[in-house]
Each structure stands twice: as C-alpha cells, then as structure tokens.
Write a protein that binds this ligand. Structure first.
Ligand code: MTE
Length: 422
C-alpha cells in the first residue's frame, strides 16, 4: 500500500460552497438488514461441515488469518536504517482504548534488545544512602500497581509541521499506544535506597546497544513513575523493553527508557544527547525549547481516514482517539464541515488520566464531501489548537510536539485524504 503522499491545502469556502454537508440524527440507511434469503445463511459452509483445529494447535494465540493487514507499518524513507527507526500503530483498525501488545508501535535507537531476565539487573546509585541492585525476582516481590497509560513519541505528527504530508492516521498519529502496565512505583525503590537531601534529578539508562539515557526530575519520579515488567496482563514484549521499562505517564515517549538497567540520582540534569541535540523544539527565532516533557491534549479521527474510506451512504460511525498528558479528556468536539459547526462526540469506555479515550459520532452520510476534524478538551480546560495557531507560536522548524487539529477530506467516492484548510 502507499504509505505517503502529499496532502493539499484547501480553501474552506470552495468546499462549503460546493453543496450541503449533512449531519443528521441516526436513521436506518445503508446498514439495514436485507430481507431476501442469503446463500451464506441457507447453504452449509465448509467450516460447518469440517472439524477445526484442536486446542493443542496454538499454545499461544494469534489473530485470524483474515486480519493479516492489521499490522504495524514503517515508512522506509523516513530513516536511514530500520535499526534506528520507528513503525506505526494501525490506529484505524483498533477499537476501545487498549492497544493489543503485538500492534504497539516500536521506536528504537539501537535495535530491539533481547535480554535474558535472569541476567538483568536494575541498579540505583548516586545521591542515595544505600546503592542497590535489584534482580527481576526482587522487583516482583515488591508491592505492585496496574495502570493504563498512553505513550506518545514526541515526534508523532512531526512530519506534518510544514503541511499535510502522510496519508493515513497510522502514519500521521500512529506513534502512540495505550496499554495496562504492571510494575513497582519508582518511589518505593527510591525510598528503599534513601534519597540524600540534595537529590533533584534522576538519570535513567537503558541496557540496549543505544544505551539511551534521559534526565528525569525527581518530583515526577516520586509522583507517578512506574518501573514496569508487565503490559496487558503478561510480560512486556521485547520491543517494549522486556524485561523492564520506565513508565512516565503523560510525558514524551523518549523518556520512557526501555530495557532499564540504571537509575542514577543527582542534583541537576545530565544534558544527554537525547535532551540537547534531540528532543528539543527549535523555534522560528533559532532558540530551542528544552525539557518539554508533557504531551499536550490531542485527538484524531481514525475512521473514516485515508486508510479507512467510507463504504456506504446512510448510517455510518465516525470514531477516533483523544488523549492528554495533563489529565483526562472528558470532551471531544467533532466537525464534518471544516469547522463551521461543531458537535460534542459521544465518549464510550473508560475516561482515565493520561490514557486514550474513544469517541464516536453516529451520522448519516448523503454522499457529499466532508471536511472532518476532532478537537480534544482536557480536564484542565485546555483546548487542542489548530495547526495554524500552533505554527504562530512555534514556527515550523520543530519535529516534536505537534498536537494541532487534523483534517481529513472525505470525497464523494468515500475516499479520504490528508489536507489542511486555510
Ligand atoms: N529506551 C531505550 N533504551 N532505547 C530506545 O531506543 N526509544 C525511546 C523510548 N525508550 C528508546 C527507549 C523512544 S524515542 C520512544 S518514543 C519510546 O521508547 C517508544 O516506546 P515503544 O517502542 O514501546 O513504542
């Protein structure tokens, strides 16, 4: 499939003048059941007359063969090598709020490390009373918590700063996943080591070939950071940092250090490569914002979208995700006419802190072109900005923290395209 093409800048007036945009209440329409006899019901099918596989065939389950296009995808031209690269979560194929483990996007700087948990250690040292080394078994005997959180790479939507670019929400917004983590609050480990009075910052370091390291303010560590060994009810997947990763709720993905081996306590940030030459936001005047940890409120319509066109007129379901690194998202607004009229979407499923929420608009489509957008409003009252509003403040030099409102143009054919409106 095509993974990218250039989007277009559209004149809102042209589209709005081109015919009515229809948003009406739920009516029967295209989803009505047919009354004529269907041979798929009246004829015996092969799977009804032949026994299936036994319970010993698949000790570890996998999706149906008919779901083979529900996969992570990468964009080969984005990076020089697949070792230091990224693939993307197929957001348009998901429902609910939990990302299945095998579909969580991966971002590695030195490839995926394969670590024997029996040989893995976590060391805590620096400004502590008692330097400690934990085995995996030690960690699993400590009080644990289960928490659902999103992880969004700061570079998510990074290709869209200068205009509509990648054709599909998997590529524009798929550097995000949302899973339930199991692990030990970092505060418990730090309490056990005993913090010196001048402790202010931590350095987290991974055991992968990249040895990725980041400085984390102590205050955040004591608040809600988890040292996780589980995701979605089982061990972390190797690509998500097996056997141990940092979970830093609401903060940019880069600081969620995977294959975590070392927590050093200090009194100032380390100014590592990942927080100086990378993961800083270059502004129009040449200055750069740094330590931009929090991921601001954002949302995206996943269906319809370029990889998920509208197939039927009449009854349709519009759906998407919203999230905020500052709290929960109790409200999402949706427009079908490029921002002329907004309506509050229906949120279904849990509304949790620093987690994806799922929203819906049930609508009838009469075949007219649509310009669809969603806008998250988080529990602090912050409203997701337009891309233009964001560019006025941040310029277009940055790669990171693009949380502007996404627009899809849905054509009369039902095909959707990544566009911006002036
Ligand atoms: N930790 C280590 N040790 N090595 C890495 O390359 N990549 C970081 C972070 N933690 C990385 C790492 C980046 S940039 C992101 S966005 C997240 O992990 C991605 O997490 P994921 O692969 O579970 O999606």
């Amino acid at each position: 499939m095509s993974d990218a093409n250039s989007g277009a800048l559209l004149d809102r007036r042209r589209l709005l003048g081109a015919g009515g945009l229809t948003l009406v209440g739920l009516a029967a329409g295209g989803a009505r059941a047919q009354s004529a006899p269907d041979p798929l019901i009246t004829n015996i099918q092969p799977w009804q007359s032949t026994e299936g596989e036994g319970v010993d065939a698949r000790p570890y389950g996998a999706p149906s063969a008919f779901e083979k296009d529900v996969v992570r995808r990468n964009v080969p031209w984005l990076t020089a090598s697949p070792i230091s690269s990224v693939n993307f979560t197929p957001l348009h194929k998901l429902d609910g709020i939990i990302t299945p483990s095998g579909l969580c996007f991966e971002r590695h700087h030195g490839g995926r490390a394969e670590i024997d948990p029996a040989k893995h250690r976590l060391m805590i040292d620096g400004l502590v009373d008692r330097p400690l080394v934990f085995t995996m078994d030690d960690l699993k005997r400590m009080p644990r918590v289960n928490r659902i959180h999103f992880l969004e790479c700061a570079a998510n939507s990074g290709m869209e700063w200068r205009g509509a670019q990648l054709n599909g929400c998997q590529f524009t917004h798929g550097m995000i996943h949302n899973v339930m983590y199991t692990g030990v609050p970092l505060k418990l480990l730090l309490d056990e080591a005993g913090l010196k009075p001048n402790a202010k910052w931590l350095m987290l370091e991974g055991a992968d070939a990249a040895g990725l390291n980041r400085s984390l303010p102590l205050q955040k560590a004591l608040d809600d950071v988890i040292i996780a060994f589980g995701m979605n009810g089982e061990a972390l997947r190797p690509e998500q940092g097996y056997p141990l990763r940092a979970v830093v709720p609401g903060w940019q993905g880069n600081i969620w250090v995977k294959w975590l081996r070392h927590v050093q306590v200090g009194d100032q940030p380390w100014e590592t490569r990942e927080e100086t030459s990378k993961y800083t936001d270059l502004l129009a005047d040449g200055l750069a914002r740094r330590h931009t940890f929090v991921m601001d409120a954002k949302s995206v319509i996943t269906n319809p979208s370029p990889q998920a066109p509208l197939k039927y007129k009449g009854r349709n379901v519009l759906s998407g995700f919203a999230w905020s690194g500052r709290g929960s998202v109790p409200r999402v607004d949706v427009t079908l006419d490029g921002g002329r009229n907004w309506r509050e979407a229906r949120i279904d499923g849990p509304v949790l802190d620093k987690s994806l929420v799922r929203f819906f608009v049930d609508f009838d489509w009469n075949g007219d072109e649509l310009l669809i957008q969603s806008r998250a409003i988080d529990s602090t009252g912050y409203v997701q900005p337009t891309k233009d509003a964001l560019r006025k403040i941040r310029g277009v030099n940055s790669i990171y923290h693009n949380n502007g409102i996404q627009t899809w143009l849905v054509r009369a054919s039902g095909e959707a395209e990544n566009v911006e409106i002036s």
